[in-house]
Write a protein that binds this ligand. Structure first.
Ligand SMILES: [Zn+2]
Length: 208
């Protein structure tokens, strides 16, 4: 458990949280299912996390310990300083779910593609959660960047580029610690993650 805790909160599935993580502070995300994570420069909210820069500048599709979350301005925003997820990888490809994602699937009769029975089609997803929690900072839904998807292990075919969802998640509570390289505003959504039975996620901001 981190010492010198600045803030601590449980986030229920399909809800979100936004908070400021000042330069030098760390944020720990602990969970068993997908967490959509976005970052803004708190001193200039127009500067945002950029998944493409993050992949391109580091020359890889996956980041883990010692990897950086990079902004559109090619600036390291956060550094992953600890990562206990060993069963799979985190995702930078898939973007985020939204009401549209689920309504479309339901309309096309494709809810049966999930490996578990879906009794209720979500009427919102990560995009709506992030839109709501970032609203106090006047961030518009269309300005929310594609996220860093923590604990989301995708199957990627290196030849065709086909992306496949998997049910690979942490088998026991895992966490990712990120240290702020600049003053950050962080937005977090606990994905409804219909592939599995989503559980609450704990977020702790602490001094390193
Ligand atoms: Zn989602």
């Amino acid at each position: 458990m981190p010492i010198n805790v600045v803030a601590q909160q449980m986030i229920q599935p399909n809800t979100g949280l936004a908070d400021v993580v000042k330069k030098g502070l760390r944020i720990r995300v602990s969970g068993l299912n997908i967490v959509d994570f976005v970052v803004f420069n708190h001193d200039n909210l127009r500067e945002r996390f950029d998944a493409s820069r993050t992949r391109g500048n580091q020359g890889k599709l996956f980041i883990t310990k010692c990897g950086y979350l990079i902004s559109k301005f090619n600036r390291p925003m956060m550094k992953i300083v600890e990562d206990t997820y060993t069963e799979g990888t985190h995702d930078l490809e898939k973007g985020m779910c939204s009401a549209y994602t689920y309504q479309r699937k339901a309309r096309l009769g494709r809810m049966g593609e999930y490996p578990r029975e879906i009794r209720e089609v979500p009427d919102h997803g990560c995009w709506e959660n992030l839109s709501q929690v970032l609203q106090p900072w006047n961030i518009l839904p269309e300005d929310i960047p594609s996220p860093f998807n923590i604990f989301m292990t995708m199957e990627i075919d290196g030849k065709t580029g086909k992306l496949g969802n998997t049910t690979i998640r942490p088998s026991k509570m895992a966490h990712v610690d990120l240290e702020a390289e600049i003053n950050c505003l962080v937005g977090i959504s606990v994905c409804p993650d219909l592939m599995i039975d989503a559980k609450p996620v704990e977020v702790v901001i602490f001094e390193s």
